[in-house]
Design a protein around this ligand. Structure first.
Ligand code: DC
Length: 200
């Protein structure tokens, strides 16, 4: 079974997706981490960033054999990840890897295009949103950055993610939409677990 969780940055996708995966015993796939890895490889001057092996698992992200779990979360990588994610050759490569990863077993996959492109046949599709202020506040709390700055940078990335030509961020027509503003992770995760059990 596959549960697709899409939505903009700070909508609560990662926390909710992890909680749902834990509750159901499914594997969690953070597709954004893969775009971040390509961006980091590029920042580090890799000749061919797409050929650097990416591994996800056990809460760790590995690029070319190196643990980059923390290194892919810097503001520079966030900015470049949003730029590389607009390139069709990057998307094509990562979508193929993601499809291969979720082929066997039960997954909660999180990103921007899981329900629309990576797995349009997912059994359950959820699109999470939250107000821009709440999303910036959550990101600031996670990273320790100033909320006003996070909000400015977030706006730029939101616009780019939503207006790019290839796979722009948009809900699948059959996705269930949740506004997580003012809701706890547990409330949202429990509702998704309940829905997953109903369709299983
Ligand atoms: O979810 P995140 O912030 O870690 O994602 C990093 C960037 O990658 C973000 O700009 C959106 C992009 N992304 C994407 O285009 N498609 C995905 N499935 C996941 C992330």
């Amino acid at each position: 079974m596959l549960i697709a969780i899409d939505g903009p940055a700070g909508a609560g996708k990662s926390t909710v997706a992890r909680a749902v995966a834990d509750a159901l015993g499914f594997t969690y796939l953070d597709s954004g981490a893969m775009y971040r890895c390509v961006a980091l490889a590029e920042l580090r001057g890799a000749q061919d960033p797409l050929s650097c092996p990416i591994e996800l698992g056990g809460g760790q992200v590995t690029l070319d054999g190196e643990d980059v779990t923390a290194a892919i979360r810097t503001p520079e990588v966030s900015e470049l990840a949003s730029q590389v994610a607009a390139r069709p050759e990057v998307r094509g490569h990562l979508v193929a890897l993601q499809r291969a990863m979720i082929r066997d077993g039960d997954y909660v996959a999180e990103g921007r295009d899981i329900g629309t492109v990576v797995a349009p046949d997912a059994e359950l599709k959820v699109f999470l949103t939250a107000s821009p202020e709440e999303r910036a506040r959550r990101r600031a709390a996670q990273t320790g950055a100033e909320a006003a700055r996070v909000m400015r940078e977030q706006q730029g990335r939101d616009t780019r993610d939503a207006t790019r030509e290839h796979s722009p961020l948009e809900p699948a027509s059959d996705a269930l939409r949740f506004d997580t503003t003012g809701l706890s992770v547990d409330e949202v995760a429990q509702e998704i677990v309940r829905l997953a059990q109903a369709v299983r």
